[in-house]
Design a protein around this ligand. Structure first.
Ligand code: SF4
Length: 317
């Protein structure tokens, strides 16, 4: 029966998984799109962690990055506009054994999905949320998104985006019960990999803001931080994300930041120059709603039926 532990506790013989075991359909993103790098990082993490493909779940909403589940050889759910997070929460509540990767864009998460974003962070269910931020609606061909820079010309604002852009990290760090917040960039595969790996290891909802290049519609928006490594500030700390030597060598502008310091993390999130990359915040003590939804998961079908009948008997007339 769907949702019972016996469904996923079958004995499976030991296997070794290669990258090919996680490769789904041929990615149809534009050449040089940053989404390719994120897909590759997630596939490498799955391979390096030897997660059986049938234990991997990719969930998305709508947008270019939301094509992610199609390109993973794993379970996938390509949801509706802004709805990746409630779908992922539903899956988490019945399948605690799955490793959930949520792909969502700046339009998908920060606009139509904003209500879900707030509550998913508060629910803190175990999943890795990747915000692919390319500063534009790419799939629908260049409309202003919540993170489009002021003055940037789009189809909806040909004379330039009018409002100040929303800061996804500042917002996330303001939500109740936030437990993991990090930022990385698609053009540094090592840092991207290490950040997503740390997010994957975190128990709870890990939110990773990824600066993602869209050479088709927002070419050059990240040039200043991509071409000048000093414009990025690498966060380091013994409790943070380990920076591999090539990453530490590249980003000389470094800051010792204790990820348990929420006020410090909020200050870092506010700063656009330099732009902090690495782990801004981690709280291992935040409450997990999946512990609540997991109650009764070990019950047999008979025990569930008995419990349900008892509950219904209360309404007998
Ligand atoms: Fe990537 Fe932009 Fe092309 Fe979408 S439009 S696939 S975000 S490069």
């Amino acid at each position: 029966m769907f949702g019972l532990k016996t469904d996923w506790s079958l004995e499976v013989p030991d296997r070794y998984f290669t990258l090919e075991n996680y490769e789904g359909g041929v990615a149809r993103w534009c050449p040089a799109c940053g989404d390719h790098a994120v897909l590759s990082a997630v596939q490498r993490i799955c391979r390096d962690e030897q997660i059986p493909p049938e234990k991997v779940m990719a969930v998305s909403g709508i947008g270019c990055s939301s094509r992610f589940p199609h390109y993973m050889h794993a379970y996938g759910f390509h949801g509706l506009h802004g709805r990746a997070l409630p779908v992922a929460e539903g899956i988490r509540s019945r399948r605690p054994d799955l490793h959930i990767w949520v792909a969502t864009g700046d339009g998908d998460c920060c606009s139509i999905g904003a209500g879900h974003w707030i509550h998913a962070v508060r629910y803190n269910m175990n999943m890795t949320v990747m915000l692919f931020d390319n500063n534009v609606y790419g799939l629908t061909k260049k409309q202003t998104s919540p993170t489009t820079p002021v003055g940037f010309s789009t189809n909806t604002h040909p004379r330039g985006a009018w409002l100040p852009p929303l800061n996804p990290l500042q917002a996330t760090l303001g939500f109740t019960n936030v437990s993991f917040v990090a930022r990385t960039v698609d053009w540094n595969p090592l840092h991207l990999y290490q950040t997503l790996l740390a997010a994957h290891h975190h128990k709870g909802l890990s939110f990773v803001h990824i600066l993602q290049r869209c050479p088709t519609y927002t070419d050059h928006v990240f040039d200043a931080v991509r071409d000048n490594p000093d414009a990025l500030q690498l966060l380091i700390h013994e409790n943070g994300i380990t920076a591999d030597p090539p990453v530490a060598k590249m980003y000389k502008n470094q800051l010792e930041h204790d990820p348990s310091d929420l006020a410090g993390a909020r200050k870092l999130a506010e700063s656009l120059d330099p732009l902090a990359i690495g782990l801004l915040y981690r709280n291992l003590d935040a409450a997990h709603y999946d512990e609540y939804t997991a109650q009764g998961m070990e019950m047999t079908a008979e025990e569930r039926l008995e419990g349900m009948n008892k509950a219904l008997d209360r309404f007998a007339i």
